[in-house]
Ligand binder design. Structure first.
Ligand SMILES: C[S@@+](CC[C@H](N)C(=O)[O-])C[C@H]1O[C@@H](n2cnc3c(N)ncnc32)[C@H](O)[C@@H]1O
Length: 244
């Protein structure tokens, strides 16, 4: 999602954050966040323009949540479970599974049931800590999807939930780390139609209703919705540049 889309789609909870919160992010995370800011916005930010600051806070909303308010994310993710139809469509048993952008473990939990070894990659140390405590059987590794800290072709199932869209750098990495014959599965990716148009199998489950949850979740994040889309592809050849 680009900067303007992130600004436009920020949930109401963005007002919870202040510009000083950027300095509370780990330096590498702050640097990534600032690198997203378009050149046209930078001068306005440097001049303290309040509209530009507001746009930056809106665009950074999810990063603030993952890194500074992990408990809020965790509570939202419980109100948005993965629809069982999607879980049923994943490969039943694999030797090694990877969860990329694993958060506090919403998908990891289900991978553990179908894989002898599960590796969870997550850049938010706070969320990785939740995951480690909750699911000690998973190996939790800090890292980014654009440069996964795992070897080539080492997983039969490479999965992510709610995390990525048609980003060539990420898709190349998912492909690189998946064995030939293995499956890449993205649950509720951005732009599922992009994947479908390129031959990925798409499964759209009924939206379903969110389980009972605390009312503040609606006010802060908007109405929770269970994850109901899956796109999946089988890797037929070692990594190639086919994702542009
Ligand atoms: C919407 S949450 C989903 C978390 C988890 N997959 C789940 O379903 O509950 C997105 C997650 O991706 C992580 N993330 C964001 N950008 C990432 C990147 N470039 N590489 C890896 N993880 C990333 C965030 O820290 C966050 O935990």
């Amino acid at each position: 999602m680009d900067y303007q889309q992130s600004v436009a789609m920020a949930p109401a909870g963005w007002t919870h954050f202040r510009i000083g919160d950027l300095d509370r992010l780990p330096p590498a995370v702050k640097a990534r966040e600032m690198a997203r800011v378009p050149a046209s916005e930078r001068e306005q930010l440097a001049n303290g323009d309040s509209d530009a600051i507001q746009r930056l806070l809106r665009a950074s909303f999810w990063t603030f949540v993952y890194h500074l308010e992990p408990d809020l994310w965790d509570r939202l993710s419980r109100a948005e479970p993965i629809r069982p139809e999607l879980l049923a469509a994943l490969p039943e048993t694999v030797h090694r599974a990877l969860d990329v952008g694993a958060g506090s473990g919403r998908l990891t939990e289900h991978l553990l049931g179908r894989s002898r070894q599960v590796v969870a990659v997550e850049p938010s140390l706070a969320l990785a800590g939740f995951l480690h405590q909750r699911l000690p059987a998973a190996t939790v590794v800090a890292g980014w999807a654009e440069a996964l800290p795992v070897r080539d072709r080492s997983f039969q199932l490479t999965a992510a939930a709610g995390s990525f869209g048609p980003d060539p750098a990420v898709l190349q990495e998912l492909h690189r780390v998946t064995e030939v014959g293995g499956v890449i599965a993205l649950i509720s990716p951005e732009s599922p139609e992009w994947f479908e148009a390129r031959g990925w199998q798409r499964l759209s489950a009924p939206h379903g209703t969110a389980p009972p949850h605390e009312p503040w979740i609606d006010a802060f994040f908007g109405p929770p919705e269970p994850l109901h889309e899956l796109v999946m592809t089988r890797v037929t050849a070692p990594s190639s540049g086919t994702y542009r």
